[in-house]
Ligand binder design. Structure first.
Ligand code: BGC
Length: 834
């Protein structure tokens, strides 16, 4: 474990995540001596790091900063000294914990040095007090996986220190920090979701002594902010910075100093109290959680049933200027809705950007509907004071259809638009959006008929939230039974078993011939032996595979000599999402929530295209990114990696990541498919939910991402979905992902999986059970036992192949095709690693 910082305490190197379950993944980092060194450091320490990527990371982090309150205290004036309180100004949280942020980063700016760098006149005496204290009281990181600190203990603040600072500076900035991560939920404790007593004392002391206080929150999760109201006017500004990666502190400094006007918008609702969240009663159970709030996740619940429980609404965020938004045109044409809005910067001083958000209020018919659902959004460019820009928000009406899982509309297992007024609201957050355009459907439209899939198990009945009206017509919460599964999985599988390709033996066709169009993929696959087919269905057994770049997460594809001889190259996977996790230095980018908070997919695409180039230089073929599970609950440890409580923001941000990464020829791998919404007992707990909530909330983002960006790989999740582990889930992966959405890429497991026998086909266990679902590749490929992951591969595929009722040749060939499509999409280079 390294936690290094330079002698002048100007900035730190990150606390490195400790060994992961699989063994030691930690890295050591060389200290850097001065801020001035930073610009040259990228080139000096690792010639393959890209300063332009760092610049884009900073830009994205800046656009992700959300200004929640401002009475004019911000931006800070250049001349006045500013007193910065809180140890987090030095011990900055750049990312959350676990695989998603464990990057060997060459530097991390902290806020103190970033403010100085931005020309802010920081009160040096106070900074010296904090620097000295922080040097004496290094954060405690004991190195145990999953035991990382949620916060760093705050410096007890002597009143003389505060009053002396107040005599030198007019404005105070108080910096608070939090982190959570993989296997590390946020908790409802002081120091995690809530303030510690020391933090409260700091806020009390500072807001008493200073007329103007700015609060900066450096955190990956939403934390309780109800205390802000208690300070009234004594807190002038609140800034949610998220975790912006190595350049994140500079992004915050750019906003505080006024160099950039903030334009981030919340991608989650911030409620007054944790208990107000609709998931609160059904989150964190180690065995199973009933998603009783159903489709009423986040703002869908709050805006419909409990608007007064909201402190800061979804989509909200201030800038330094004001904007007028006028709808100048709205029309439907060929099933598409097109809304044009003119946005004008009505302020006098600051240039800025604004995001136009369109929400639909669907008719409350047979299906319950929230009062608002995000339908589309568009962000302006930088508008100078007085300047205007017309933005167009466009989407298909069909994309707003709802899923009838009970037959209440007369169309069970269909996506429908109910008859009545579909009212489009336009604004700059969910709350303030006003009606602008109505599409009236005279009758119900069936948009798409599918089949029941992955529905709740009849063995575990439960009820879900629905919307009813009280005597005055106001929306009230009621509950109804969740429809449970009626289809026979066994019959469905038997009906759809793939035909086999007649084996030919080795005809000398190489995969390069397929790439060149000289042979078909089927002709290539026909040559493979059963053993070779089974090898394509697992990775090279361990992390840090010798077939890949040092520090890789695992290698798949050409894992044997015979496959490589046929031109199947090894495919190296690396984490993601916030950087490339290898042994070499790599860039640490803004976390998922920060990226989504930009509401700027074009910028995310630009950033990730550069990131893709870094992958090429580092020897990564597949980035295990984006993380795109829904922020169902503010305590989920990996929320920092994920984007939003809303599936549209999630899907469009994820699509931007995938498009960027893949634009340079490497692959992205969205994860974790699906319904992976908590870290508590993540490999065992069962997410129990209605098919409607599954499809409309938890799968929707994946569906959009696939449709818009065609990721070459996809990772399943650890958890169960309605009683079946995702890595065995035929309905999720074969019926929906492949069948309905037409996905043809490689599906890989999350790292290792749980053993199980197929309940419908007892001859299939473990990897054979998995391949039947078309979860193609076990990663990293070894066996998981009670003692932990083992460095040998299991025999369940071959054992099952030999048995009556076992895995078929056609299924193995189908999986081989899925995997080889990924291999073919990558550059054909077989370098020294092969
Ligand atoms: C995580 C994945 C990650 C994988 C490889 C797992 O523990 O859940 O998100 O990609 O490890 O590091």
């Amino acid at each position: 474990m390294a936690y290094l910082w330079n002698r002048s305490h100007d900035w730190i190197l990150m606390p490195l995540s400790p060994a992961i379950e699989s063994g030691d993944r930690s890295h050591s980092v060389a200290p850097v001596e001065s801020v001035a060194q930073i610009s040259t450091l990228l080139l000096d320490t690792d010639p393959t790091l890209d300063p332009a990527l760092a610049a884009l990371a900073r830009e994205a982090a800046t656009e992700g900063v959300v200004l929640l309150a401002n009475d004019g205290t911000l931006p800070l004036g250049g001349e006045q000294a500013v007193a910065v309180f809180g140890r987090v100004q030095i011990d900055w949280f750049a990312v959350g914990y676990g695989s998603g942020g464990d990057v060997k980063v060459p530097y991390i700016w902290n806020l103190l040095s970033a403010l100085r760098d931005a020309g802010v006149r920081v009160d040096d005496d106070l900074a010296a007090v904090y620097s000295a204290w922080s040097a004496e009281n290094r954060p405690k990181l004991d190195g145990t996986w999953g035991q990382w600190p949620h916060h760093f203990a705050e410096m007890p603040l002597a009143s003389e220190v505060v009053s002396a600072a107040a005599s030198r500076a007019r404005t105070a900035v108080v910096v608070l920090g939090r982190a959570a991560g993989e296997a590390r939920e946020s908790t409802l404790e002081d120091g995690s979701f809530h303030l510690t007593a020391d933090e409260r004392a700091m806020l009390d002391a500072v807001t008493s002594a200073f007329a103007r206080t700015v609060v900066v929150i450096d955190a990956g999760n939403v934390m309780d902010l109800s205390w802000v109201a208690g300070y009234g006017e004594r807190i002038g500004s609140v800034l949610y910075a998220w975790q912006g990666g190595m350049e994140g502190a500079r992004a915050v400094a750019a906003v505080l100093s006024g160099e950039v006007s903030p334009s981030g918008k919340l991608t989650d609702t911030i409620a007054w109290s944790y208990a107000d969240y609709p998931s609160a009663e059904n989150f964190g159970d180690p065995d199973h959680n009933h998603y009783r709030e159903d489709i009423f996740v986040g703002y869908r619940y709050f805006e419909t049933f409990a608007p007064d429980k909201v402190q800061y609404p979804f989509g909200f965020g201030l800038g330094y200027s004001t904007f007028a938004v006028a709808v100048v045109d709205a029309a439907t044409d060929a099933g598409r809705v097109r809304i044009v809005a003119e946005v004008t910067n009505t302020g006098a001083e600051h240039a800025g950007k604004e995001t136009v958000q369109v929400y639909v209020a669907s008719p409350q018919g047979a299906l319950s509907q929230p009062v608002r659902r995000l339908a589309g959004f568009a962000k302006t460019g930088l508008l100078a004071p007085g300047e205007s820009e017309r933005v167009t928000v466009e989407f298909a009406l069909d994309d707003l259809a709802s899923y009838d899982d009970s037959g209440v509309t007369g169309h069970r297992s269909a996506w429908v638009l109910e008859a009545g007024d579909h009212v489009f609201h336009v604004g700059t957050d969910v709350r303030s959006a006003a009606p602008a355009f109505t599409v009236t459907l005279p009758e119900l439209q069936v948009v798409r008929e599918v089949t029941e899939a992955a529905a709740a198990s009849p063995a575990h009945p439960f009820t879900r939230m629905v919307r009813r009206a009280d005597a005055d017509g106001a929306a009230v919460v009621a509950y109804e039974d969740v429809p449970t599964a009626t289809v026979s999985r066994r019959e469905r599988i038997l009906d759809t078993l793939p035909a086999e390709i007649t084996p030919t033996g080795d005809l000398g066709i190489r995969l390069d011939d397929v790439a060149a169009g000289a042979a078909s993929l089927d002709a290539f696959v026909a040559q493979l032996s059963v053993e070779e087919l089974s090898l394509l269905a697992r990775g090279d057994v361990t992390m840090h595979s010798p077939l890949g770049v040092p520090g890789n997460a695992g290698v798949l594809g050409g894992v044997s000599e015979s496959l490589r001889e046929k031109g199947v190259r090894p495919v190296t996977t690396t984490d993601g999402p916030s950087g490339i996790r290898v042994s070499a230095y790599a860039s640490l980018l803004p976390c998922g929530t920060a990226l989504a908070s930009t509401w700027n997919p074009a910028l995310v695409r630009e950033l990730t295209a550069r990131h893709g180039e870094e992958m090429v230089r580092k020897g990564s073929d597949v980035l295990l990114s984006p993380g795109m599970n829904i922020h169902r609950d503010p305590l989920c440890g990996r929320n920092f990696e994920y984007f939003s409580e809303d599936p549209l923001v999630t899907g469009l941000t994820a699509a931007a990541v995938v498009q960027g990464v893949q634009s340079v020829g490497v692959a992205a791998c969205p994860k974790h498919f699906a319904v992976n919404n908590q870290e508590t007992n993540r490999t065992r707990n069962d997410s129990r939910l209605s098919e409607r909530a599954l499809r409309e909330i938890y799968l929707r983002g994946f569906e959009l991402c696939l449709r818009e960006a065609s990721p070459r790989a996809l990772m399943t999740s650890y958890n169960k979905v309605n009683g079946v582990w995702s890595h065995y889930h035929h309905d999720l992966v074969t019926t929906i992902l492949r069948g309905e959405w037409g996905y043809e890429g490689a599906v890989i497991t999350d790292w290792w999986m749980e053993d199980a026998v197929d309940p419908d086909f007892p001859a299939l266990a473990d990897n054979a059970y998995r391949v039947r679902a078309q979860v193609d590749v076990l990663m990293p490929g070894g066996v998981k036992t009670d003692e932990g992951p083992q460095a040998y591969a299991d025999e369940t595929i071959l054992a099952s192949f030999a048995q009556e009722g076992g895995i078929t040749l056609g299924e193995l060939q189908r999986t081989a095709r899925n995997v080889l499509r990924l291999v073919l999409a990558l550059a054909p280079v077989v370098d020294a690693r092969a």
